[in-house]
Design a protein around this ligand. Structure first.
Ligand code: FES
Ligand SMILES: [Fe+2]
Length: 432
């Protein structure tokens, strides 16, 4: 049984800076979890593909002839060159630019120049490595890199998530734009802030004017958490700070679901007309995603860890079809403002996490329960995987798809390497 972290304390700072912990997280968490990639509306035609990176695993998502979206490792089965180098495109044939092997949209090898004369060469066992996918009925495409029979089914991993997402009508929205930030911080540094609003009054002054910060709640579910808060209702008596602080022609509150305060009779707004007492569907999905859905727009965040100290943040933003472009611009500007505030917090926090002074910190049991929840998940995933590795006496790489194709000699040679990485034969790399 995995050890829980000390009650109401953060994990130690070393977990935010150690490359060995990061590599372990890659095996224990990123290789075993369901991770949100994109929304299916970004694919419009057969052959549409995107190249994305998830925690060091470059993958291709492609819209096949059968209408489904499949995921493959972006690794040629010949000598491992990337199959796709463009960020996105459209093609029914994926051709490798090294020696010319090519694959169809199902990942099957269709051409291997010159191999017609090679005895016993079997095209059928040289297709692209498939990555498990689950596309929810709302069109959200998740992947899981676990290539073993132990892969956790989607609905077991995120129990209740797909049903909960039915609250929001994703079909009413269309893609607007993507946005990316390259951060010099650990993936958990960002998630620490993402999972609480204790920092909102000090760090997000504008955001704190449109929600009732004391009502902000994080409700842990099953490897995800639902965030909610009461919103500030613009009425004739309480329009002061919010309206005064907004730039001319827009309203901070509009992207939370309210019509622009400048264009309506504010005294007529009733909260039940706005979708209940919650401003939308705000979800934090362990380990690497966030989703925020409002009346006029929604977006997801894809964290792309690159190393212990570097994480790329990627956002895809969608707006209600036919929405006023001014309102959409306002939403995007607001989103970026809040995200940049978080980004700056993370950059400076990470510097201190790695300076060798700070160890752990006290968390507020209520206001930071979301932080505690996801740090506990991190700890549990890592510790239980480490137990398996200790028992096996070698590293366990659930994403390692190449094992099946290896002959016995290759497996033996590979084992030597894994044991060296684990500290057997005198190395202290993992220092169990
Ligand atoms: S590496 Fe792709 S064809 Fe050789
Ligand atoms: Fe924040």
């Amino acid at each position: 049984m995995a050890a829980k972290i000390a009650r109401y304390h953060t994990l130690p700072a070393s977990w935010w800076v150690s490359e060995k912990i990061y590599e372990l997280e890659k095996r224990a968490i990123f290789s075993k979890s369901w991770i949100l990639t994109m929304h299916s509306s970004r694919f419009t035609k057969t052959g549409d593909y995107f190249r994305i990176d998830i925690a060091g695993f470059p993958i291709i998502l492609i819209h096949g002839k059968d209408g489904t979206i499949q995921a493959f490792h972006n690794v040629c089965r010949h000598r491992a060159y990337p199959i796709v180098n463009k960020e996105f495109g459209n093609s029914l044939v994926l051709g490798c630019k090294y020696h010319g092997w090519s694959y169809d949209t199902k990942g099957s090898l269709i051409k291997a120049p010159g191999f017609e004369t090679v005895p016993n060469f079997d095209k059928s066992v040289n297709g692209l490595f498939k990555v498990a996918t689950h596309t929810t009925r709302q069109g959200l495409i998740f992947v899981n890199f676990d290539s073993t029979p132990n892969i956790t089914p989607f609905h077991e991993f995120y129990k209740g998530l797909e049903d909960e997402m039915d609250e929001f009508d994703f079909g009413e929205f269309e893609y607007v734009e993507s946005w990316q930030q390259d951060g010099e911080f650990n993936w958990k540094t960002l998630l620490d802030g993402y999972n609480e609003c204790y920092h909102c009054p000090t760090a997000h002054p504008s955001f704190s004017k449109v929600i009732q910060v004391p009502t902000y709640q994080v409700e842990p579910r099953h490897n995800y958490a639902r965030h909610s808060a009461e919103v500030v209702v613009p009425d004739s008596n309480a329009k002061s700070t919010m309206v005064e602080s907004k730039p001319a022609g827009s309203s901070w509150s509009s992207w939370l679901g309210f019509p622009s305060s400048a264009s309506i009779d504010q005294s007529s707004i009733k909260i039940d007309e706005l979708g209940g007492d919650k401003p939308g569907l705000w979800l934090s999905l362990f380990p690497l995603n966030g989703m925020n859905c409002y009346s006029y727009a929604w977006y997801y965040m894809r964290l792309v860890p690159k190393s212990a100290g570097r994480t790329v943040l990627e956002y895809d933003i969608f707006a209600r079809k036919g929405e006023d472009p001014v309102k959409v611009r306002e939403f995007i500007r607001f989103l970026k403002e809040v995200e940049i505030e978080d980004y700056d917090l993370c950059t400076l926090t990470q510097k201190n996490l790695k300076n060798g002074v700070y160890g752990t910190g006290q968390l507020h049991p209520d206001k930071e329960n979301g932080v505690l929840y996801y740090q506990n998940l991190t700890n549990e995933f890592v510790m239980s995987h480490l137990e398996l590795e200790k028992a096996a006496g070698e590293q366990i790489l659930p994403a390692f798809a190449g094992l099946e194709a290896m002959n016995e000699e290759g497996k033996g040679t590979d084992k030597i390497c894994k044991q060296l990485e684990c500290g057997i034969h005198g190395s202290d790399i993992l220092s169990w």
